[in-house]
Design a protein around this ligand. Sequence first.
Ligand SMILES: Cc1cc2nc3c(=O)[nH]c(=O)nc-3n(C[C@H](O)[C@H](O)[C@H](O)COP(=O)(O)OP(=O)(O)OC[C@H]3O[C@@H](n4cnc5c(N)ncnc54)[C@H](O)[C@@H]3O)c2cc1C
Length: 363
Amino acid sequence: MTPQLLTRYADILAAVERVDATAYARTRNYTDGAVSHLSPYISRGVISLPYVRERILSRYSREQAYTFIFELAWREYFQRQWYRLGEQLWSDIKGPQQDVVHHDVPDALMDGRTGITAIDTAIADLYTSGYMHNHVRMYVASIACNIGRAHWSAPSRWLYYHLADHDLASNTLSWQWVAGTFSAKKYYCDQANINKYCHTQQGGTFLDVPYEQLPHLPIPAVLKECSVPQLVTMLPDAPAPQLRYDRPLLIYNAYNLDPLWRADMDANRVLLLEPEHYRKYPVSQRVLSFILGLAENIPGIQVFCGSVEQLLHTGSFPEVYAKQHPTTLHYPGIKDEPEWLFPEVDRVPGAFMSYWKKCEKYL
Ligand SMILES: Cc1cc2nc3c(=O)[nH]c(=O)nc-3n(C[C@H](O)[C@H](O)[C@H](O)COP(=O)(O)OP(=O)(O)OC[C@H]3O[C@@H](n4cnc5c(N)ncnc54)[C@H](O)[C@@H]3O)c2cc1C
């Protein structure tokens, strides 16, 4: 059961204290496993990876927390890749995706009617909760790209749109990993794998074939109807912010909603929603409401819908601050260092396991 999305900061901190790191290590691959559901708060920058690690290590030994921290490192690895790859994130990284037939999204996936119960249920749940279990994300991506032969770009945009934890690096690189453009080979799942991890007992589906046949399947009839969804973010009609031009300006965005960031500073605090960003990377209205809900934890914050240049043209501030992040590269002013889990490992190799081996030394 996916828990409800939290927006109150105190509730989010309490959710960190509920993580069961030992059960996590045993069960994380199962859809009813003890996963943390913390990604919406980590991705929105409300809590940092070092904070989560510190709280887990206050209750568990390093050995008990190992698997959980290993998974946190995946997130950091993807963020590091984003810095390294920049715009290259949007093209096939290790080479063109093989066997691509189209650049659309199978309608049956978007409508949750693939005929595979675990997938269809998870898609219906995504639309109400904004969450999808990691294993199911892999299944969905594999069905879209490797069985349905879609290029990863359109389906990844569709999933991103609906995820409360939408993150351009984790999402795009995971899709590329499944599609074989950021990995050595494509990822396939059969019905037996889905049944095992989703506790279903379904047979007779298009994935109910011997595993080695999966790469050679013709596109199943149910995946043949495809389209590119119209994904649009309607930004709120926010009143012009009341700004004091004798105070610094702190710029937040949907990747930094940290209530503790420069909390003791007497400053203007603005949540910047840039139309150009949301035109390129739209999110649903439900997800946008979540972002606005999280922003309420930041005292005095005001919303500005426009470009960073338009915000700065409203007047002149003594200082402008933002957190360093790939989404803030074009902001002027002072950029505060992000909080890294492994600040020592700033050169990221291509493969996650090589990266992890470097990180492990500092665990
Ligand atoms: C196709 C696809 C798309 C994805 N899109 C996103 C996305 O847009 N945003 C996003 O945050 N994650 C994405 N992921 C990664 C992963 O699915 C989610 O981070 C995870 O499911 C979040 O649930 P949780 O908080 O319960 O994770 P837990 O299993 O409880 O893990 C704890 C934390 O570790 C990090 N983490 C765990 N697994 C991964 C992983 N594989 N990759 C990156 N970080 C991880 C997350 O910050 C997570 O909150 C995607 C994975 C796939 C396969």
